[in-house]
Design a protein around this ligand. Structure first.
Ligand code: HEM
Length: 449
């Protein structure tokens, strides 16, 4: 198809177990051997181009984005269980939804949402204080997941969900996500999943989650009070052409997608950041100094959040080393060409974010943790696609500013309150599923300062 370096099919087939077990070192090995763009057969089966070349990724995601679509192989499974929302739609429907939803993430809305976030964090920290009195060892991966799930739930509904419902929603979405990954990674079991009743069992989980969301949507339709949360924004938004709003089914789908996209990513980024800070006391100290200078421990205003420049650099450097969305994919919808490489319609791409972020061609000493790389002056020197934790082009993450605000808030409110020591002899390992998560958690001994 092209004049690209390739990995022979037999080699990827023989080594497919390595790819399933530990994909990152496996893919990095190819890039090191062959250069930033290679052709390979995923699992010996699916032909694809893996690229960590920022020019090529910019071409696909931004400059020539009209030619590329998200891979539909996954869409039917994700849509069946988690709905057709922004993240999982394409073409004119996606564009219509993006235009409708984008204003909900503008600065003014985020300012209102910050008040909701502060309340969740108050409550979360009080609970954490009680918990560490009896057991100071905390798995930060789990804790951050809990915090970010409550934050997204509050940002959507403007209040805490009933405890039982929050728990059910969180468990159902996590289990559906895990089931979708199994269906995608082991397509040969799909018939078995049906026969063994697993599809039916997961459909029941989906219906349960939809039922909870439907109830809150109905409640809001009958509530004439003023609200400034994401649900209100979704319900008030009107399509330009018809002047109509979204149906309940569309609202349920968009809410599910916001839950899904809006908590697993931020929680992973936060968990990795705590890990890195626990290993770099001088950097932790600098974050503490910035926070105590700019704010204190109490609720934080939007203006003050914006002043936390070093804290943001720490988060950015953490997402460079551990990008929560470690890869994305696209398919060419028409023939195309990039720097003399002929691309046939139907070619699948893995735009390998982890590879770009760790490239020695783009980053000096790429494995070391140096937040200063993201200072204003240094940032200007980066290739525009050398740092892409939120993707790029028109499908750039809609929640990027929401996520940065939420993560800065959590860091700022915790650094001064606690001392953190990583529990010794842990096997800290990155597990790349849809997001890059710490496989065995990140256990930290926590003490009030
Ligand atoms: C650290 C946190 C986050 C990271 C690293 C992240 C990463 C990403 C990436 C890489 C994409 C693009 C995927 C692609 O092009 O294939 C994306 C899309 C998206 N993200 Fe995020 N995300 C984060 C937080 C959030 C939050 C908090 C929300 C919602 C509140 C959110 C909602 C979405 C949505 C709806 C899309 C689809 C946008 C579209 O296609 O128009 N994300 N995210």
């Amino acid at each position: 198809m092209t004049n690209l370096p390739g990995i022979p099919r037999w080699q990827t087939a023989v080594q497919s177990f390595k790819m399933v077990k530990d994909p990152i070192p496996y893919l990095n090995h190819f890039l090191k051997e062959k250069g930033p763009t290679v052709q390979l057969y995923l699992g010996g089966l699916y032909k694809m181009i893996l690229t960590a070349d920022p020019d090529f990724i910019q071409h696909i995601l931004q400059k020539n984005n009209k030619v590329y679509r998200k891979s539909e192989v996954h869409f039917d499974k994700i849509q069946y269980f988690l709905g057709k929302g922004l993240l999982t739609s394409e073409g004119p429907y996606w564009l219509k939804q993006r235009r409708l939803i984008q204003p909900g993430f503008h600065k003014k809305r985020l300012q209102d949402i910050l008040a909701l976030m502060n309340k969740v964090v108050d409550d979360f920290l009080n609970q954490l204080d009680r918990q560490i009195q009896s057991n100071p060892e905390v798995d930060f991966y789990e804790k951050m997941l809990e915090a970010t799930f409550r934050i997204i739930a509050n940002s959507i509904f403007g209040k805490d969900l009933e405890a039982g419902e929050l728990e059910r929603l969180s468990t159902n979405i996590t289990r559906l996500q895990a089931f979708i990954i199994r269906q995608i990674r082991q397509p040969y079991f799909n018939q078995w999943f049906k026969i063994s009743g697993q599809v039916k069992a997961h459909t029941a989980l989906k219906e349960d989650a939809d039922g909870i969301l439907r109830m809150y949507i109905e409640e809001r339709r009958n509530d004439k009070g003023a609200h400034s949360d994401l649900l209100q924004m979704l319900m008030e938004a009107r399509y330009e052409d018809t002047g109509e709003g979204m149906s309940d089914e569309q609202l349920i789908d968009e809410c599910k997608i916001l839950f899904l996209a809006g908590h697993d990513t931020s929680s992973n980024a936060l968990a990795w950041t705590w890990y890195l800070l626990s290993q770099h006391p001088t950097i932790l100290q600098k974050v503490r100094e910035e926070v105590s200078l700019e704010i204190g421990e109490e609720a934080i205003s939007f203006e003050k959040i914006m002043k936390l420049e070093y804290t943001q650099q720490v988060l950015e450097e953490s997402m460079r080393l551990y990008p929560p969305a470690w890869t994305t994919n696209r398919v060419a919808a028409a023939d195309d060409e990039f720097k003399g490489i002929k691309i046939k319609k139907g070619t699948t791409f893995a735009t390998y974010i982890y590879g770009v972020h760790h490239s020695p061609d783009l980053w000096e000493d790429p494995e070391s943790f140096r937040p200063e790389r993201f200072s204003k002056e240094e940032k200007k020197k980066h290739h525009p696609f050398a740092f892409i934790p939120f993707g790029g082009g028109p499908r750039l993450c809609i929640g990027n500013n929401f996520a940065l605000m939420e993560m800065k808030l959590i860091l700022a409110r915790m650094v001064g309150r606690y001392d953190f020591d990583l529990v010794e002899n842990q096997d800290i390992k990155a597990l790349p599923l849809i997001t890059l998560r710490p496989e065995n958690g990140i256990r930290i001994m926590l003490r009030r300062r």
